[in-house]
Design a protein around this ligand. Structure first.
Ligand SMILES: [Zn+2]
Length: 401
């Protein structure tokens, strides 16, 4: 055996030894994402009120200075990461750009973030577009993009004077922070995805209810980018009644969060090897009821799940799909379309229609050489037709307008 081979051999033995000593950890993959909100004057009044009541900050400082809002939550963030560390839990910290802007003002805070990232936590992005009740102030929609008719909060924003910049401006704060700590931002929870997702974000998360707790990362590929969609379930401490009104009662809210935590715990047993469980909560949730989230960390620690940041989990995931953008055996047309997609080809095994968020809309096992997808029941926007042909996958992006 020559020297190089000997080295590789020794290294392999070392790896085997290491994997043998990490006994106990099971294959259940879990990520925890934390959302940092913008704190603009679009933030829900109750959230502002909670902070105002408990800390006595004058409300104007919250309403007009989003960095003050970040300052209020910073000690909770430090406490949260310390608690996570003490149970060896890794967090994907999804910052709206206001928190990045706030951290960038202080070298000590940059150094703290650097330590967290070196320790396996992740710097990720969060964004609320104008389709969200709390807009973060950034969007690409002001660059001449048409607005969908059904945007509930549109008037409020169009005349509000709250516009801070486009998504490049927003991403720049995250990027600057990443450069400071020799990192890159590749994960994000971005609402109004179709218009506002920065190209750099390749691991896209979304979700809400317990139905969204578990996902198999779906690939969505474009000729110049590939991204993966991961869903997550909200473990929130803000209870809404049947009319979708927020209830301001600490005992009710604490009970609600506890019940959701119990449901999440029950769901862990159902998680398969090819699936990932995702949990999301807000910094203000931790701020309100730290015991709930500490309990979550302890639970995953005791169950010895494979918990990493989203970037960490995806780095060790081999999706095993080969993606082609050209295959002469299949034609998918017209593009753009105003209703119908025609698919024509030989040896087509399966057709899937996927929306921009990576969700499967239709799935067809096919034997014929021609078929038609009717989009008339779907909202307008970008879709992907994923065809399995000759045992390889062809993906075509279709614009429905
Ligand atoms: Zn949010």
């Amino acid at each position: 055996m020559n020297k190089t081979k000997q080295k590789i051999y020794n290294f392999t033995l070392l790896l085997i030894a290491i994997s043998a000593t990490t006994f106990g950890q099971n294959d259940k993959r879990v990520f925890i994402m934390v959302h940092f909100e913008a704190g603009r004057d679009t933030t829900h009044p109750l959230i502002n009120q909670i902070v105002y009541n408990e800390l006595g900050f004058p409300p104007d400082s919250l309403l007009n200075n989003s960095l003050t809002f970040q300052q209020i939550f910073w000690p909770s963030v430090v406490d949260m990461v310390q608690t996570a560390d003490s149970f060896d839990i890794k967090l994907s910290l999804a910052l709206q750009s206001q928190m990045a802007e706030y951290i960038l003002q202080d070298t000590d805070k940059i150094n703290i973030l650097n330590e967290w990232v070196n320790n396996g936590h992740e710097l990720a992005m969060h964004h609320h577009g104008i389709n969200h009740v709390d807009w973060g102030g950034y969007t690409n929609r002001f660059q001449g993009t048409p607005y969908p008719d059904d945007y509930l909060f549109l008037d409020r924003f169009l005349n509000s004077g709250l516009y801070r910049g486009n998504m490049q401006d927003s991403f720049n704060y995250l990027q600057q922070l990443a450069i400071e700590i020799n990192d890159s931002v590749v994960t994000g929870c971005i609402t109004d995805t179709q218009i506002d997702k920065p190209d750099e974000i390749i691991y896209l998360t979304d979700g809400g209810t317990l139905n969204d707790l578990i996902s198999t990362p779906d690939t969505v590929s474009l000729p110049n980018e590939t991204f993966y969609f991961l869903s997550h379930c909200q473990l929130v401490s803000v209870y809404k009644d049947g009319n979708n009104e927020i209830i301001e009662d600490d005992i009710v809210n604490h009970q609600y969060a506890t019940e959701r935590l119990d449901l999440i715990k029950e769901n862990l047993n159902q998680l398969d090897d090819n699936e990932i469980m995702g949990i999301v909560f807000h910094v203000f949730d931790y701020y309100r009821f730290p015991d709930i989230y500490r309990d979550l960390f302890i639970f995953f620690n005791q169950n010895q799940v494979n918990n990493k940041s989203i970037k960490g989990l995806m780095n060790e995931t081999n999706t095993g799909i080969s993606v082609n953008f050209k295959n002469d055996n299949i034609k998918i047309y017209p593009n753009p379309t105003n209703q119908i997609i025609n698919i024509q080809g030989k040896n087509i095994q399966e057709i899937e229609l996927i929306n921009i968020r990576g969700q499967l809309i239709k799935q067809m096992k096919v034997a014929q050489e021609q078929l038609v997808i009717d989009l008339s029941q779907q909202p307008k926007g970008i879709y992907f037709v994923k065809a399995t042909v000759d045992n390889s996958i062809v993906i075509k992006k279709i614009v429905f307008e």
